[in-house]
Ligand binder design. Structure first.
Ligand code: NAP
Length: 283
């Protein structure tokens, strides 16, 4: 059994990205730029934004932080994003979700042109992914694929089961696995016999949001188990959607929580920003 080390892999990727941002600056005389928009004062969102800005500093991306009060109007928020959209120094735009009540997130996100949509949440990017075309892909599922690839886990021809169908994790995850020639099943809260489906998985991805939900009896011997979940257990300790200790000896590969998929998400955000910057200059 191999424990997949997302923290070390993310550190390697950040090193690679440092080279890319340096080369970009040398070639074009400016830095790769990411604009971050935070509306309101949600404590979790503040932490996420701070971590993203720190990651920018680490890999040599210039961050443009935009903090708006909770009382901002829909029009003002949309105008800010439109301004960032036309700013040539900004190669990626990230609006931290969730937004305060009363703001229409879809209309604000719609102001991000798909070339700057580094979260990969836009309909254009999701559509392109579904069609197997070049797309900016949501960072968490992209990070999962990167981990599988870097650990030499082959996907082609495998039975992959994704538990969870959210637009930001489950669905793009399933599409990436399908594009990589896995045979994919997507399960959700209305799935009739989840255990039966999970037991068929060569690759099992859990993106549910329920602590230790995937138990040992749901995992086939030798399966690759990827745990996207971030939860607190009954003692307040961070844990995933998989009962890690119990599943550990059944899996051929497994991602821990913390230290598995989590660190890859921000690394992939930085990668998406670099891709967007290089692409914008090549055009
Ligand atoms: P979400 O939007 O709440 O989606 C959860 C999915 O799980 C839904 O599709 C839901 O089915 C399904 N589900 C819920 N209960 C189920 C059950 N009893 N049986 C089968 N399926 C069930 O959550 P998300 O945004 O995708 O996130 C999932 C988890 O990943 C969370 O723990 C989140 O914190 C974590 N996450 C981690 C990262 C990272 O960087 N590592 C990034 C994003 C999210 P229905 O569609 O039928 O409701």
């Amino acid at each position: 059994m191999t424990v997949i080390d997302g923290k070390a892999t993310a550190a390697t990727i950040r090193g690679e990205l440092r080279e890319r941002t340096r080369a970009f600056e040398e070639k074009y005389g400016k830095k790769v730029g990411l604009a971050v928009v935070l509306i309101g004062a949600d404590p979790a969102s503040q932490v996420y934004v701070r971590n993203k800005i720190k990651a920018c500093e680490d890999v040599g991306v210039r961050s443009y932080a935009n903090y708006l009060p909770e009382t901002v109007s829909q029009k003002e928020a949309e105008e800010l994003v439109s301004d960032l959209a036309s700013n040539e120094d900004v190669h990626g735009i990230l609006v931290q979700l969730p937004l305060p009540k009363g703001l229409d997130a879809d209309r604000i996100l719609a102001k991000i042109p798909f070339e700057k949509d580094v979260d990969g949440f836009s309909a254009e990017n999701i559509g392109a992914l579904a069609m197997g075309q070049r797309a900016t892909v949501a960072c968490t599922p992209l990070g999962v694929m990167e981990l599988l690839q870097r650990y030499g886990v082959s996907v082609e021809g495998k039975r992959a089961v994704v538990v969870g169908r959210s637009n930001i994790v489950g669905k793009p995850m399933a599409m990436l696995l399908l594009n990589a020639n896995a045979t994919v099943t997507v399960c959700h809260s209305r799935t009739k016999d989840l255990k039966e489906d999970c037991l068929r998985a060569d690759i099992l991805v859990a993106a549910i949001g329920k602590a230790k939900f995937i138990t040992e009896d749901m995992v086939k011997d030798g399966a690759v188990v990827v745990d996207v979940g971030i939860n607190r257990d009954e003692n307040g300790k961070l844990c995933g959607d998989v009962d890690y200790e119990a599943v550990l000896n059944k899996a051929s590969y497994i991602t821990p929580v913390p230290g598995g998929v989590g660190p890859m998400t921000i690394a992939m955000l930085m990668k998406n920003v670099c891709d967007a910057a290089e692409l914008s200059m090549e055009k």
